[in-house]
Design a protein around this ligand. Structure first.
Ligand SMILES: Nc1ncnc2c1ncn2[C@@H]1O[C@H](COP(=O)(O)OP(=O)(O)OP(=O)(O)O)[C@@H](O)[C@H]1O
Ligand SMILES: [Mg+2]
Length: 256
């Protein structure tokens, strides 16, 4: 009897991905294969193309070359909403929440959309329906149960970042693309967000996280991808990447 071991289908895969605009190559031939449940940290100097890469993976931008697969299915030219339905969740470098709604309302909208309702109008909950239960659970999971009914615009920067994670939880996203989830938050919030995101990884989520806090990336990521000038400069374990001289040079001698 012959037993064939099939390779695990990557949760997310980019093949020779390119993005060219106005004669400039912003992303240059990036290939990356992320197994389910894996944590990839994405680092690189300002303007390296980290956010653009996440925009391509999530469908906000269309690549001009290459291919993207989500759980084995080609999604290169599908809209962000289609990728979201297939389990891809995304946070942005700047907050994308509705400041005029409460934290609970923001998260409930995501839950409502995931459960098949329209996310265009907020429906006041008449009962403890599935969307309400999901939103309440997600806010509890990020430690914001006591802030749930405050206006999002009045929350601290760190708490807004936690609401964004709750939105992804309520959307039942299996693959999380996080763009600088700890930028500009207090040291306390860095610790809390770091343990929250580590917890999501332990729960089985696949995570791609762009982050400038190197100690956090080194502590959480299994693989670190280093981008420089739109290209993948290095890919390896945190120890390999920190010891890599080319990486050190890309950071202009700054300690990693
Ligand atoms: N749609 C676009 N059209 C033209 N240039 C773009 C476009 N999107 C990004 N760029 C340029 O591409 C480069 C990469 O930008 P990107 O925002 O992806 O970098 P980043 O690594 O996320 O930087 P940061 O660390 O500052 O967030 C920058 O020089 C930016 O000005
Ligand atoms: Mg960016």
């Amino acid at each position: 009897m012959t037993v064939t071991l099939e390779a695990q289908v990557p949760a997310l895969r980019a093949r020779d991905l390119g993005f060219r605009v106005g004669g400039l190559d912003i992303i240059k031939g990036i290939s990356l294969s992320v197994p389910p449940g894996h944590f990839v940290g994405i680092i690189g100097p300002n303007g390296a193309g980290k956010s653009t890469l996440l925009n391509l993976l999530s469908g906000v931008l269309r690549p001009t070359a290459g291919e993207i697969e989500l759980a084995g299915r080609v999604v290169t030219h599908t809209r962000p909403a289609v990728r979201a339905r297939r389990g891809l969740g995304r946070t942005f470098q700047t907050s994308s929440l509705f400041n005029g709604l409460s934290a609970y309302e923001n998260v409930r909208l995501a839950a409502q959309a995931h459960l098949g309702g329209s996310a265009r109008f907020y429906r006041p909950p008449r009962a403890r329906d599935a969307a309400s239960i999901s939103a309440t659970g997600a806010l509890e999971q990020v430690g914001l149960a006591d802030q749930a009914h405050r206006l999002t615009g009045l929350l601290s920067h760190g708490d807004k970042r936690k609401v964004e994670l709750a939105v992804l939880l309520a959307s039942q996203s299996a693959v999380l693309l996080l763009d600088e989830p700890m930028a500009g938050v207090t040291a306390d919030d860095v610790d809390q967000l770091s343990s929250l995101i580590g917890g999501l990884h332990r729960d089985g989520h696949t995570v791609l996280m762009v982050e400038h806090h190197m100690s956090v990336v080194v502590g959480l990521a299994q693989t670190i991808a280093v981008l420089d000038a739109g290209a993948l400069l290095a890919l390896g374990t945190p120890a390999e990447v920190v010891a890599n001289e080319t990486v050190q040079q890309a950071y202009l001698g700054q300690p990693l």
